[in-house]
Design a protein around this ligand. Structure first.
Ligand code: FAD
Ligand code: FES
Length: 258
């Protein structure tokens, strides 16, 4: 079980930490507080046990189980921090702070469109569980896929890959166009080019879209300005800066300046 070290930061016991695709891991750890508080689209900060790696690594909450008090994250190994996490095993502990950020505003409607790209797909799983109504789920990957079977429990899933190794050969946007995707709300998380294209796609159809941005971060909880993004504002500049870790990571597509 989690042992509180200070406000919001806990040492959590790992239930498992398995590779689910090339360079992609799924970690599940015990946490009564995070599993009960987490909203879809929020993230946690994971801390390295190595003193020189001071900054936390933000990872989105993929799924929680309030009853069994666990939290699931899915992460790609891209550098030293995530490599260190990938070597942790069952029974070991990891320092976690969270949940952090605003999360998606879940809105009732007839059909919701969920769009994920790469490591932007995990936060949509808990969201898919909590949205009512029909769900069209578009998942894009460079090559191969993961979490697809889990998503199938909650909606109609379509996969696109850049190299054509699975599903549609191309982007999620071309796949959505091919399918004449239609809905009243869009929720998305993924790389910037995908979010930018989706902002335009939603704008042309006048559909409200919420985008989760994955900026590089510093402190991870609002104390520095390491994660700012440009948000439209009614001032002389036409924009202001907001902190992705605290004001986001989810923003209305109409507000974001890419
Ligand atoms: C709100 C939020 C949620 C996130 N959720 C997830 C998630 O669910 N799963 C997941 O795999 N990753 C997620 N990320 C990205 C993740 O935080 C980084 O990949 C991780 O911090 C890299 O740490 P590292 O020490 O392994 O790599 P580093 O040594 O810090 O960096 C290695 C490489 O990764 C790049 N990188 C680092 N941070 C980011 C970033 N935020 N976005 C894009 N590239 C980055 C660097 O530019 C560098 O090329 C999220 C990021 C944010 C801000
Ligand atoms: S990462 Fe420090 S303010 Fe956002």
């Amino acid at each position: 079980m989690c042992v509180d070290k200070n406000v919001g930061r806990s040492s959590c016991k790992i239930i498992y930490n398995n590779q689910i695709a090339e360079g992609v891991y799924e970690i599940v750890f015990e946490s009564a507080s995070i599993s009960s508080l987490a909203q879809p689209g929020q993230f946690v900060n994971l801390y390295s046990s190595i003193g020189s790696r001071l900054l936390p690594r933000p990872i989105s909450i993929c799924e929680v189980n309030t009853k069994e008090q666990w939290v699931k994250l899915v992460y790609a190994v891209v550098g030293d921090g995530t490599k260190e996490f990938s070597m942790l095993g069952k029974g070991q502990t990891i320092d976690v702070l969270g949940p952090v950020g605003n999360g998606y505003e879940v809105e009732a409607c007839e059909t919701s469109i969920l769009v994920g790209g790469g490591v932007g797909t995990p936060p949509l799983l808990e969201l898919a569980k909590r949205i009512e109504g029909k769900k069209l789920i578009y998942l894009g990957f460079r090559t191969g896929s993961y979490l697809v079977e889990e998503f199938k429990k909650y909606g109609e899933v379509q996969v696109a890959t850049d190299d054509g190794s699975e599903g549609h050969h191309g982007t999620v946007i071309t796949l959505m166009n091919q399918n004449n995707a239609d809905g009243q709300r869009i929720y998305a998380c993924g790389p910037k080019p995908m979010l930018k294209a989706l902002q335009q796609w939603a704008g042309e159809r006048n559909i409200r879209a919420q985008l989760s941005l994955e900026e590089r971060m510093g402190c991870g909880f609002g104390a520095c300005v390491g994660c700012v993004c440009k948000i439209k504002a009614k001032n002389e500049l036409g924009y202001t800066y907001k902190k992705v870790c605290k004001d986001g990571p989810v923003f209305d597509a109409k507000e974001v300046l890419f």
